[in-house]
Design a protein around this ligand. Structure first.
Ligand code: GLN
Length: 188
């Protein structure tokens, strides 16, 4: 098993460290050559979604990533990575997203809330979006003050917060479990 991490911009190094801590192999994707390597999952990190989308387009990574996800490659998008999957960006996930949803003053905060399938976790929000609405096939996994902050649609997992910060590996384990199932389907 090997997980690709989109490394054009943002918090990719922290995701890589988290996977290393779990003993899961990963590699960084900076161009189409990197992307061509075999992979069993993809992480799209937090950062700045407008910049990240522009880089993805400039590097001709947009269609290959979109097609791979549509074919079932598991993907985990955090914060800006969540935005990257909505219909204004890669468009693989049935979600309506509000960017910078918590305003400037309340841009960053920590909550401890329940995430379905994982349990109670610390959630670090940094100028975070939230999901206004999930469409068909998409399930909300965590809700804070009536706003969806984690969701899953098939093999696509997103969090508005940053599970790569801190020591808790449970959300990454949850994603890697999705990758393992897909890996078994692929290799059986
Ligand atoms: N505010 C950023 C955006 O809109 C996301 C912030 C983050 O990823 N921490 O792209």
């Amino acid at each position: 098993m090997r997980i690709a991490i989109l490394a054009l911009q943002g918090a990719f190094a922290e995701h890589r460290q988290m996977l290393a801590r779990m003993g899961v192999d990963s590699f960084l994707v900076r161009n189409v050559e990197d992307w061509a390597q075999p992979k069993d999952g993809l992480i799209i990190p937090g950062g700045e979604s407008t910049t990240m989308m522009r880089l993805v387009q400039d590097l001709d990574l947009c269609s290959p990533i979109r097609e791979a996800i549509k074919k079932g490659l598991p993907v985990f998008g955090t914060c800006a990575g969540l935005i990257m999957l909505d219909h204004n960006h890669l468009g693989t996930m049935n979600i309506t997203v509000k960017r910078n949803a918590y305003g400037r003053q309340l841009g960053s905060f920590v909550a401890n809330e329940e995430m379905k399938g994982v349990g109670k976790v610390d959630m670090v929000f940094i100028r975070a979006p939230y999901i206004e609405k999930v469409g068909e096939g998409c399930e909300a996994l965590a809700i804070i003050d009536g706003h969806i902050v984690a969701a899953k649609q098939g093999n696509q997992l997103v969090t508005a917060f940053h599970p790569e910060l801190g020591e808790d590996t449970r959300i990454h384990e949850y994603f890697v479990d999705i990758c393992r199932v897909q890996f078994k389907i692929h290799n059986s």
